[in-house]
Design a protein around this ligand. Structure first.
Ligand code: UDP
Length: 254
């Protein structure tokens, strides 16, 4: 197999040059990190599961008319995606209080939001992804106000859609993080959804028991991380081809 050019390596994913201009290959690692990389480990099978879960969710979101970077899954750990210029803003959607907002505003975990809340963080590991407002985003030119309007409208539609999709399988979508990018096609530029949607960047609680089926199991040392991700895949009806015994996938990044 020919060696591919590595374009970017993040905490849980690697991006390689794609087979055609304007495409990239997104490789899902088993590495798990939390608290901005302070806590690190590997969770066997996580990359395979996230590749599959993100494929499923991005495809369903595409079908409801929201443009996104997903083209097709290539194998157990890789998917072909459209290359975008990432907007350096993390879009956080909160339906129920959990995580950083509880400490920041003194809320109780599990308390429903008065209404769905959308927050923005500036994407910077060095600065610990600080919370920013629309004012910062437009003033520093990270995105225009027209782009932000589009992002907000897509985000709210995605939230409505995902809330319904997860409710139908007995899961409550507590919060999640989205990233968007600019996709250039000739002279045209379009804002599209990028990154991934998986239990790594969503909080997912079982509706009946409130059991956590997401990365909080890793962040809080609750154990059963892989089982929780598998449970999400199982309920979505998309367990990897070989079932639970085949979660390793090839780890080769050639
Ligand atoms: N999130 C993420 N990446 C980040 C920060 C947050 O994917 O860099 C996700 C996280 O998994 C959760 C939601 O965004 O589903 C809200 O996270 P929060 O701000 O509460 O931060 P945390 O408690 O994860 O530090």
């Amino acid at each position: 197999m020919t060696r591919r050019r590595r374009v970017y390596e993040g905490k849980a994913k690697v991006l390689f040059e794609g087979p055609e201009p304007g495409t990239l290959v997104q490789y899902f690692k088993d590495d798990a990190t939390a608290f901005n990389g302070v806590k690190k480990s590997t969770v066997t099978g996580k990359g395979v599961l996230n590749n599959r879960i993100s494929e499923h969710l991005m495809s369903r979101i595409g079908e409801m008319g929201i443009p996104n970077h997903f083209i097709r899954r290539l194998n157990m750990r890789e998917q072909l995606i459209k290359e975008v210029e990432i907007i350096p803003v993390e879009v956080i959607v909160r339906n129920v209080a959990a995580g950083s907002i509880c400490t920041r505003l003194g809320l109780t975990e599990g308390q429903p939001m008065p209404r769905t809340l959308v927050e923005y963080c500036f994407k910077s590991d060095d600065l610990n992804d600080p919370l920013v407002s629309e004012e910062h985003i437009t003033a520093f030119g990270w995105a225009s106000s027209q782009e932000l309007d589009e992002i907000m409208s897509m985000t709210l539609r995605i939230n409505d859609f995902l809330c319904g999709l997860f409710t139908a399988i007995g899961i409550r979508l507590i919060d999640f993080k989205l990233e968007f990018g600019r996709y250039f096609d000739g002279d045209e530029m379009q804002i599209i959804l990028a990154d991934e949607i998986s239990p790594d960047n969503c909080r997912l609680w079982d509706i009946a028991t409130n059991e956590k089926l997401d990365k909080d199991r890793f962040r809080r040392d609750l154990g059963g991380v892989e089982d929780a991700y598998q449970e999400v895949a199982k309920r979505l009806g998309i367990m990897p081809e070989g079932g639970p015994n085949d979660l390793k996938g090839s780890n080769s990044m050639q």
